[in-house]
Design a binder for this molecule. Structure first.
Ligand SMILES: [Zn+2]
Length: 614
């Protein structure tokens, strides 16, 4: 079997991880024309699809996302029946008038030049192939398609609440991903996307008065006008004429664009970094915020590049559009009428998705926490860097979100498919908060230096592939020499919680006897922080026996590793060679990185009656 760039990219450090790894490949060429009077578009799509899997495919599937915005769709019914619907959706889809609805359909479809059988079913197109695609072989699909842009309900559409004309995400027939887990033909119900890596060459023809922002690099900038080049400002073009914009992108798994007649477009070229573009509707109220945003965005990309891995693309666009904030390759849609801190906050989060979704591309439907959680973790570090550089970033606010979830009774295992959680609350808190805790808490288990080094190795190893949870945890295991299968399993597949208690601190001979109890079912190593009456400190690390390793000292505090704790034993006692009279405080995890759901039992301080008389 011929191998191509995926395997070629397996460099030494990564070779072990991706020796068995293959992924499909796509090459899209699209040519579409938008009619802005009835909000419909029509186009052609040539898709060259390569089957790198070891299976012969007799069907392929495409997403037809815009069909979700029709009364009676799965998205509509789900939103009407979930106890806590997204307020942006609610029952709005059920009330859309025909001209407000979304639509995406096939006009004709050929495989290798011959008409092929297909059926549309809601947001999924099923194609029964004339000729199965064998392992290692290509197929060419030529499609004519047409669509109607819905009013903006969720993420994409026309006329968003800030008056942006077109936010075009999930707008074209997009082939579903196939991998060793099979087809990922997920209907569009709520959230999270997954796609095949490849290249896009897209021609968009529309009224020449529009400015277009898109994934990729503008191929005909000269024709489109000098306003699109760096240093350009607002672009004025006459109404009525048509203009074609051509964008090309490589190594992306989606393509989004936006268009408005009143976009102001500013750029900022980073030294040794991407060209940053900003598309927004300028107004006296918002001018100051958007004027400052480029400087902050440069800081975001600088910090992320240094700490999480090199940004891969030549440009990144922050585009006013959509319904809040949503990431796409090389660009994000954000709503723009915000206070400055919120404008930066949403830009930080969406920009960080470039790392954990757009360049690492985990299956965010199956593992939304690998996308949202890692992004939340990284975003929290960037926000501290921007606004509070002296802050201890090891415990982000997401810990509180997770602990509330764990105590709420509403928690569902993080292993659920994003659309199948019983409440939006449980999905959100698991994916964003618990997902971020998943990462940060590894800093507690392994040490923060090991964590940050491991995150970079993970990125270098799995960029432009689709890592899954085991791929991540294997990187961390190799980086640390520690077994972590138990950690992944408890965090992802269960709702067990962590609760450790200091049960007893007492004099024993000349030393101090300490007894700890595992109250929760989730076993974890314990950092026991002791403060002496003279103010000095020491830390006793008690690894779990199943880790087969222990972390190293993380700071200047005197550090010792105690005998490993077998998780089956609820109680762990040991005697420290420290006079009991000298001990002022014994605390489980002073750093607060352990997601202990009940910290009321974490501290022992001798009461007044036990205190030394002097
Ligand atoms: Zn996100």
């Amino acid at each position: 079997m011929k191998q191509f760039f995926i395997t070629a990219a397996c460099v030494a450090a990564a070779a072990l991880a991706c020796a068995q790894y293959t992924q499909q490949e796509v090459r899209y060429t699209m040519d579409i024309e938008l009619d802005d009077t009835n909000h419909r578009y029509r186009g052609t799509q040539r898709l060259v699809y390569r089957n790198n899997s070891s299976e012969t495919l007799d069907k392929v599937y495409y997403h037809l996302f815009f069909n979700a915005f029709q009364p009676g769709s799965m998205m509509d019914l789900r939103s009407q029946n979930i106890p806590d619907p997204d307020p942006r959706v609610g029952d709005r889809i059920s009330k859309l008038l025909p001209e407000e609805q979304g639509y995406l359909g096939v006009v004709s479809l050929k495989q290798n030049g011959r008409p092929v059988e297909y059926s549309e079913n809601g947001t999924i197109l099923e194609v029964t192939l004339n000729k199965p695609i064998k392992p290692g072989r290509r197929a060419k699909f030529d499609m004519e398609f047409e669509g109607q842009v819905p009013v903006t309900v969720r993420r994409a559409g026309r006329d968003n609440k800030e008056g942006i004309a077109y936010s075009m995400a999930q707008w074209y027939p997009k082939i579903c991903e196939f991998d060793r887990r099979g087809w990922h033909a997920y209907p569009y119900i709520g959230r999270e996307f997954h796609g095949v890596w490849g290249s896009f060459d897209v021609r968009i023809t529309l009224d020449s008065a529009y400015t277009v922002a898109a994934t990729g690099t503008l191929d005909n900038a000269r024709r489109v006008g000098k306003g699109y080049l760096p240093k350009g400002k607002k672009i004025k073009r006459p109404d009525g004429d048509k203009l074609t914009w051509r964008f090309k992108a490589d190594q992306v798994h989606d393509f989004a664009w936006a268009a408005d007649k009143e976009y102001t477009h500013v750029t900022r070229q980073m030294k040794d970094g991407p060209l940053l573009r900003f598309f927004f509707k300028d107004s006296p109220d918002l001018h100051r915020n958007w004027d400052q945003l480029p400087e902050y965005t440069e800081k975001i990309f600088r910090y992320a590049g240094e700490n999480f891995g090199e940004y891969a693309y030549p440009s990144y666009s922050v585009v006013q559009g959509g319904d809040g904030g949503m990431e796409y390759p090389m660009l994000t849609f954000i709503t723009g009428q915000r206070k400055f801190s919120s404008l930066v906050g949403v830009t930080v989060h969406e920009a960080l998705h470039s790392w954990y979704q757009l360049m690492l591309g985990s299956n965010e439907a199956l593992y939304p926490w690998m996308d949202e959680g890692f992004t939340t973790f990284a975003g929290s570090k960037v926000m501290s860097h921007l606004f509070n550089p002296d802050e201890d970033t090891r415990r982000g606010r997401y810990y509180d979100g997770y602990i509330s979830l764990a105590l709420s009774g509403a928690e569902e295992p993080m292993s659920k498919h994003a659309d199948h959680y019983n409440t939006n609350y449980a999905y959100g808190a698991a994916s964003y908060s618990k997902g971020a805790v998943f990462v940060a808490q590894l800093g507690y288990v392994l040490g923060d230096e090991v964590l940050m080094r491991g995150l970079k190795t993970y990125y270098d190893t799995w960029r432009f592939k689709h890592p899954d949870p085991v791929d991540f945890i294997r990187v961390m295991e190799r980086e640390s020499g520690t077994h972590l299968d138990w950690y992944l399993n408890y965090m992802m597949n269960t709702t067990e919680t962590i609760d450790y208690a200091v049960e007893e601190v007492a004099p024993a001979g000349g030393g101090t006897r300490i007894v700890l109890r595992r109250v929760g079912n989730f076993p974890m190593p314990v950092d026991l922080d002791l403060t002496m009456k003279d103010g000095s400190k020491m830390r006793v690390n008690i690894p779990l026996r199943i880790m087969r390793n222990a972390k190293e000292a993380e700071d200047e505090v005197p550090f010792m590793t105690a005998e490993a704790w077998p998780w089956t034993h609820p109680v762990y006692g040991f005697t420290l060679d420290v006079p009991f009279e000298d001990v002022a405080k014994v605390e489980i995890d002073e750093s607060l990185r352990l997601a202990d759901v009940d910290r009321s039992n974490n501290v022992y301080e001798p009461g007044p009656t036990e205190a030394e008389p002097r």
